[in-house]
Design a protein around this ligand. Structure first.
Ligand SMILES: C[S@@+](CC[C@H](N)C(=O)[O-])C[C@H]1O[C@@H](n2cnc3c(N)ncnc32)[C@H](O)[C@@H]1O
Length: 427
């Protein structure tokens, strides 16, 4: 840093900020600049400023703790407004008012909640910029607020992620009680400790329609995530094109949720022959059967710890399934697949592959998210390879999205495809 004139650099950054419209034009340059700014911020921050921003979520360059806000208040305030139906009520009243506004008493009446509580939540969300407070007790919507009405996938995402806050806050007590051991028991992990349930998270969800629906919606959002689908960078024609009989199984998407992946696959490869099968827990499959589902995809209610009903398929796909399970259960899931596979069947595992070092913050965060919800982990290539070997498979190939390598710190948001075969089976 010593050879750089900080005053000049600051002026240059200020000039750049003033020309933000130019910046928006080139996505690659914009991302590079953002990364450089993040790096610069890391270098410049004092430990105190780092703590203010990271732990207390204190924006700006303030140097005091007053009014601190531990991370989480903003998310929980949004969650409260979703549960209280405030976003819907604001949308409904502001649409029918000539000024496009809504009053506190209208909101309290429509949502059947305490006006004082409503005013405190609305005040907080207005300070965050989600609502526009016109004057005392009068509010207007914003495009941001419209994004949280109950039918929006974003509101489902908020419900889903905030559900884990109680687990997160109990981690210190959980680990203290467990002697600081890494969790590996799906029935006695942080989630069970915090919620008091004896069930696995997925069984718990089955009895909680509010959270089950939010989870299912979030699984569909993940299909819109940036990045490529596995079939964009895996040689589908070469590896899966050999099925000539329509009654033979081509692809079984095990734990495929609402079918986002296999539906996209069918759209992209309408001419490939063979059955396409979507499998998930009966409660998930029942929910999709109520909706319109594309012809040509069979949806099966199936528990992947039971015998696999589709034998000898060309490929079985596990997309972000194994990261939900510690090694003991992952081995059981793989065992059911191994028993069903033919010597030329492929096992495809579509997961984020963690680099061994210099990991991106988002990947490290994804790993802790897994710990908090199900007690498992995101895995490195070496961890997957060991798991596959122990389960009777050879890892034969690792397919990466174009432009990425195994050590890319950015790989976090880009799922990788592991191609495995039964141990000893030839290509
Ligand atoms: C993280 S989601 C991944 C969903 C989908 N593959 C995707 O990538 O969007 C894990 C899926 O496993 C399903 N699942 C959990 N336990 C299961 C079981 N015992 N048998 C079958 N599916 C199960 C869940 O319902 C959920 O849809």
């Amino acid at each position: 840093m010593s050879s750089i004139n900080l005053v000049d650099l600051t002026s240059q950054i200020e000039a750049t900020v003033a020309s933000t419209t130019d910046l928006q034009e080139n996505e690659a340059d914009r991302k590079r600049l953002l990364q450089a700014c993040d790096q610069l911020r890391k270098e410049l921050k004092s430990p105190f400023e780092f703590t203010l921003r990271t732990v207390f979520a204190k924006a700006g360059s303030t140097s005091h703790l007053r009014g601190y806000m531990p991370q989480g208040y903003a998310s929980i305030a949004v969650r409260l407004a979703i549960d209280m139906n405030l976003f819907n009520a604001v949308a409904q009243h502001s649409e029918s008012s000539s000024e496009g506004t809504v009053t506190l008493s209208q909101l309290a009446e429509t949502t059947k909640t305490d006006p004082l509580l409503v005013s405190r939540i609305m005040r907080f969300l207005s300070a965050l910029g989600i609502f526009n407070q016109i004057e005392q007790d009068v509010y207007a919507s914003t495009p941001l607020a419209a994004a949280y009405i109950s039918s929006s996938p974003l509101s489902a995402a908020v419900i889903h992620v905030t559900h884990f806050f109680m687990v997160l806050s109990q981690l210190p007590a959980y680990f203290h009680g467990k002697g600081w051991q890494n969790p590996n028991n799906v029935l006695d992990g942080p989630f069970q400790y915090a919620t008091g349930t004896k069930s696995h998270y997925f069984d718990f969800l089955a009895g909680e329609p509010y959270y089950q629906q939010a989870f299912n919606t979030v699984m569909i959002i993940s299909h819109r995530r940036q990045g490529q689908n596995w079939f964009d960078f895996f040689p589908v024609e070469e590896k899966l094109g050999g099925v000539t009989n329509d009654s033979d199984a081509l692809l079984v998407d095990v734990g495929g949720s609402q079918g986002g992946d296999i539906i996209a696959f069918q759209k992209q490869f309408p001419h490939v022959r063979g059955r396409l099968v979507l499998q998930d827990l009966p409660i998930v499959i029942e929910a999709i059967q109520e909706k319109e589902f594309p012809a040509g995809i069979e949806a099966q209610g199936y528990d992947f710890f039971d015998e696999q009903p589709v034998k000898g398929a060309r490929a079985y796909n596990l997309r972000t399934v194994l990261h939900d399970w510690p090694d003991a259960q992952a081995r059981q899931i793989l065992a059911r697949l191994r028993e069903a596979m033919a010597p030329d069947s492929l096992l495809l595992i579509n997961e984020t592959l963690l680099p061994e070092s210099k990991i991106a913050l988002s990947s490290a965060q994804a790993d802790l998210t897994m710990m908090v919800s199900f007690a498992p982990l995101e895995r490195t290539k070496a961890q997957f390879e060991r798991l596959l070997n122990e389960s009777g498979f050879d890892l034969v190939n690792v397919w990466m999205p174009q432009g990425f390598t195994a050590s890319s710190a950015e790989l976090a948001s880009q799922a990788t495809l592991l191609e495995a075969r039964l141990k000893g089976s030839s290509e």
